[in-house]
Design a protein around this ligand. Structure first.
Ligand code: NAI
Ligand code: MG
Length: 353
């Protein structure tokens, strides 16, 4: 029997609602597929911050290092500034554990309406691979004349040849493994950012030569944003910098029906460190604690996690169950036009399993 140590951080808002649902689904999967998850639950996040003045206790990264994977809900609280929630918990985890590839799939399931008119479900099935440790989120910079009227801020993007090559390689490997359209699209703005993103273009071209069986395309980010709406069916794997990948994956989440269907895996593909699985959405304070948050994004994270942990059959099983609930029943939360509660969606997915 495989046993995996999983760190569970529900975090804030709807994060506290969706992780118990994910555990219910995982219990069904463990019983059916014969693996064991050992959870350690952490109450870190904004409530912890309001009580202790920090998002997580000192040494929290050493604590997390002992787990094989991290399952995270969301962070973000109306009473805590967003740069504190992000820099106090999420970004240190991604960086310390070198989770350099952020994998964000977007697939239009049968039975879900895309806001793009007349899209059939076969048409949208893409994945954004976002560089996750450097680029525009490197957090290099500072203030001059801080809090004075003449205040100046400098924020520097950092692109390394190693950093770009390794995430581009993840994108090509994914294009091979997915067996979809077998294409990788690189997104930059190298016409305007003539140093960092020219380096990106060079690294992309170099890695592409290792994958002659995969088609390539290069787009500027504004054209990419337009084409995510205009011709989403033309994309397979899309690789982009930290900022561009962040923005494009919100577009891809919406065109497949809802933020409530968008999962994300923060991977250290070398497996030296735990990888982290979290929905793309935030803590959704506008709907938190009403029992109506869509848990499917988190269940799709469970799929990604089980795939990463070496249980592809269980991963395929949860995706099949989700697809079958959205196409074969009218059980869905309000974000997908339904009236079901979160727990009813979970019950339907478990019944399908
Ligand atoms: P959000 O993703 O929390 O919500 C955006 C909109 O989508 C809201 O109307 C919300 O109700 C809806 N929505 C999101 N997930 C849903 C789900 N599973 N089911 C149904 N509806 C859903 O983004 P927002 O409102 O900009 O941010 C709220 C807080 O979350 C902020 O503090 C922000 O910093 C934080 N945040 C945290 C992230 C993380 O933990 N990775 C990511 C994005 C935002
Ligand atoms: Mg985002």
């Amino acid at each position: 029997m495989h046993t995996h140590r999983i760190a569970v951080i529900p975090g804030d808002g709807v994060g506290q609602e969706i992780l118990p649902e994910a555990k219910r689904v995982l219990a069904a999967l463990q019983a059916k597929h014969g693996f064991v998850l050992e959870y350690t639950d952490y109450d870190w996040g904004s409530d912890y911050y309001l009580a202790h003045g920090r998002m997580a206790p000192e040494g929290f990264l050493d604590e997390l290092r002992r787990s094989e994977a991290i399952l995270l809900g969301a962070v973000g609280h109306p009473k805590v500034p967003d740069h504190i929630t992000l820099n106090g918990l999420l970004l240190p985890i991604r960086r310390t554990f070198d989770q350099y590839a952020n994998i964000r799939p977007a697939k239009l399931y049968k039975g879900v309406a895309s806001p793009l008119a007349l899209r059939k479900h076969e048409e949208i099935d893409l994945v954004v691979v976002r560089e996750n440790t450097e680029g525009e989120y490197a957090q290099i910079g500072g203030f001059l004349y801080h809090d004075q009227p003449e205040e100046v801020a400098v924020q520097t993007s950092v692109f390394t040849r190693r950093g770009v090559e390794r995430v581009v390689r993840v994108a090509f490997e994914l294009a091979r493994k997915r067996n979809g359209k077998r294409k990788v699209t690189s997104v930059t703005k190298s016409n305007a950012q003539g140093y960092s993103l020219v380096l990106w273009d060079k690294a992309f071209a170099a890695v592409a030569t290792e994958f002659p069986d995969i088609a390539t395309e290069s787009l500027l980010v504004d054209a990419a944003a337009m084409n995510f709406i205009r011709r989403p069916e033309s994309f397979d794997v899309v690789v982009a910098s930290n900022l561009f990948g962040d923005i494009l994956s919100d577009i891809s989440a919406m065109i497949v029906g809802s933020m409530g269907l968008a999962p994300s895996a923060n991977l250290d593909p070398t497996r030296r460190n735990p990888s982290m699985f979290e929905p793309v959405h935030g803590s959704a304070p506008d709907i938190a604690f009403q029992g109506i948050v869509n848990p499917l994004a988190t269940f799709l994270c469970v799929e990604q996690m089980l795939d990463h942990l070496g249980h592809p059959e269980a991963a395929a099983d949860i995706e099949r169950s989700i697809a079958s609930v959205v196409s074969g029943t009218n059980i869905r939360t309000p974000d997908l036009g339904g009236t079901s509660k979160t727990s009813q969606v979970t019950d339907a997915v478990i019944a399908e399993l």
